[in-house]
Ligand binder design. Structure first.
Ligand code: PEP
Length: 252
């Protein structure tokens, strides 16, 4: 039985007062749930403050990106896994489609970032997903297979136990267009089979595969009813504590 995960990605939103207020509200709304693991990913500038507000609750903190080189060094503008842990993170989102699209992240970079995160004792939430033209060309499975094979290349079973996959069709992110529960299930099952081929069935059965793309309180229930959907990575609907809490509670 895989424990579901509901993760909220705040992206480049919220200054400190708003971030800490949202964390305070989340703590009182879902700070003690045990039916699923709740994770929030504030911007770098709010990580420490949010982690302090959530300390001792069941809600974990994630960063939205990490440097592909661990520790310390001459990497102006970058933040390493060690620094993220220092700021209170246990998780990090890697390879989000916005990073791939706007900052040119490749599968090789995603692979290096995963390694840096795991070496720095962070758990990785690795995003994959096809664009609309790729789906329309019937290439969605080929694209996701390449992202999985490239992103996870050379990793071990043990590495996989510290990883979560998020399937986020790019055409569903921030568009209000959610994949149907069937579309999500078909791709999640495909991803699980890929992981079984690379790492074996035990690892594939244990890995959590989240769906992301316009998840809301009114669609989380049917998405979660699919056997290979183990939770959600939520963008826009995670910004407001009550809406996010509704999603967490629906995921029961
Ligand atoms: C995301 O960016 O990870 C995401 C799923 O966004 P939204 O929920 O707003 O579509």
């Amino acid at each position: 039985m895989r424990q579901p995960i509901i993760a909220g990605n705040w992206k480049m939103h919220k200054l400190l007062p708003e971030a800490t207020e949202t964390a305070r509200e989340l703590r009182s709304l879902v700070g003690h749930v045990s039916h699923c693991l709740v994770i929030v990913a504030p911007p770098f500038t709010a990580l420490r403050a949010v982690a302090d507000r959530l300390d001792g609750s069941a809600i974990k903190v994630a960063a939205q990106n990490v440097c592909d080189i661990g520790g310390f060094g001459a990497r102006t503008g970058e933040v390493s896994a060690a620094m993220l842990r220092d700021a209170g993170c246990e998780y990090v989102i890697i390879g989000h489609s916005e990073r791939r699209l706007f900052y040119g992240e490749t599968d090789e970079m995603v692979n290096r970032k995963i390694r840096a995160a795991l070496e720095g004792r962070l758990k990785a939430i690795v995003c994959v997903g096809e664009t609309l033209p790729e789906r329309e060309a019937g290439r969605e499975f080929a694209v996701v297979e390449q992202q999985i094979a490239g992103g996870l290349a050379g990793l071990t079973d043990e590495d996989m136990s510290n990883m979560i996959i998020a399937y986020e069709p790019v055409w569903a992110i921030g568009t209000g267009k959610t994949a149907t529960p069937q579309q999500a299930q078909v791709m999640h099952e495909f991803i699980r089979r890929l992981i079984a081929r690379i790492f074996g069935k035990v690892t594939a059965d244990a890995v959590r595969i989240l769906y992301g793309g316009s998840v809301r309180p009114d669609n989380i229930g049917e998405l979660m009813s699919q056997p290979d959907v183990d939770g959600a990575l939520v963008g826009g609907a995670s910004l407001e504590a009550r809406t996010f809490a509704e999603i967490v509670n629906y995921a029961r």
